[in-house]
Ligand binder design. Structure first.
Ligand SMILES: [Zn+2]
Length: 290
């Protein structure tokens, strides 16, 4: 079921109402693997040419201008949460058949500038989510309508009732991610990898807990975990520490310099300012491409 309402996790402002270009939900993804795939750590050659690979992969169902970011920016870390179990649904999300990050070429190229910039300071980017098909957004909405399933509450929405997530805008019927130029990311010290594997049933700790107590994400301390449905995740929340504020500013400045804007409710969510498809919400299963 889909309503004509607004957006979804990540991006109230980034998700305006527009004509629905999507199709109905598909069966659950066939992904059986983890969302975490270690990739080479950052190296001096951060500037992989976006035009270089003659074997560039394509994703069926979206324009050819979408690129697999792993091909464009192999030095980034990819921890595509919705392809695995460690997310607020506690299971792989419909539409994520592979833990891959696809973005429009302009967004991916801008991201290479971010990686170059943060690399000089000893960090690499770690990406949580990129293009998100409409069928995944529909899955979020359907999940939010089932009050009985609260298996992930302890980590992802510790202070809210599940029935509040949709009315408060944490989940909505559309997401800017479906336009292909929005992503969720953080910064990780060079040499670190992706997070340790988490599987359903493992202990959960509030995403608002201090670093060291909450899930051991390899991110620098941003004040909360990823997809933390709590005001503490607001980028400019005054209650975070000076160190956490500095870390958020580091990411924010690098992203702004490359042409991205931040969604103020979520420190991890950014959209390319000059996105090529500002009103189109795509629906295509995420795969490795072909
Ligand atoms: Zn987001």
């Amino acid at each position: 079921m889909r309503t004509a309402a607004l957006l979804l996790v990540c991006g109230l402002t980034a998700c305006s109402v527009s004509p629905d270009t999507t199709t109905a939900s598909s069966p659950s993804p066939t992904d059986a693997g983890s969302a975490t795939q270690p990739v080479p750590s950052a190296s001096p050659s951060e500037s992989a040419s976006p035009d270089a690979p003659s074997q560039a992969r394509r994703l069926a169902g979206v324009p050819d201008s979408f690129v697999r970011v792993r091909d464009v920016l192999p030095t980034a870390l990819f921890e595509i949460r919705y392809a695995g179990e460690h997310n607020f649904l506690g299971r792989p999300v419909t539409g994520y058949a592979a833990p891959e990050c696809w973005l429009t070429r302009p967004a991916a190229e801008a991201l290479t500038k971010v990686q170059r910039q943060v690399s000089r300071r000893g960090y690499t980017i770690k990406i949580y989510d990129c293009f998100r098909p409409q069928r995944a957004v529909d899955d979020f909405v359907e999940w939010s309508g089932d009050p009985a399933d609260t298996t992930t509450k302890a980590e992802f929405y510790p202070t809210l009732r599940k029935t509040q997530l949709f009315p408060l805008g944490y989940i909505a019927a559309q997401s800017g991610h479906s336009r292909g130029s929005t992503l969720d990311l953080t910064l990780v010290p060079k040499g670190e990898g992706v997070s340790p594997r988490w599987t359903s049933g493992d202990p959960l700790v509030a995403c608002t807990a201090p670093v060291g107590r909450r899930f051991p994400d390899t991110s620098i301390d941003m004040g909360t975990g990823f997809d933390c449905f709590n005001p503490l995740a607001n980028t400019a929340n005054p209650d975070i520490t000076a160190g956490q504020r500095a870390n958020r500013r580091l990411l924010l400045r690098a992203m702004r310099k490359a042409g991205f804007t931040n969604y103020p409710e979520e420190w991890w969510h950014f959209t390319l300012k000059d996105e090529p498809y500002p009103e189109t919400y795509f629906d295509a299963e995420i795969t490795r491409g072909s």
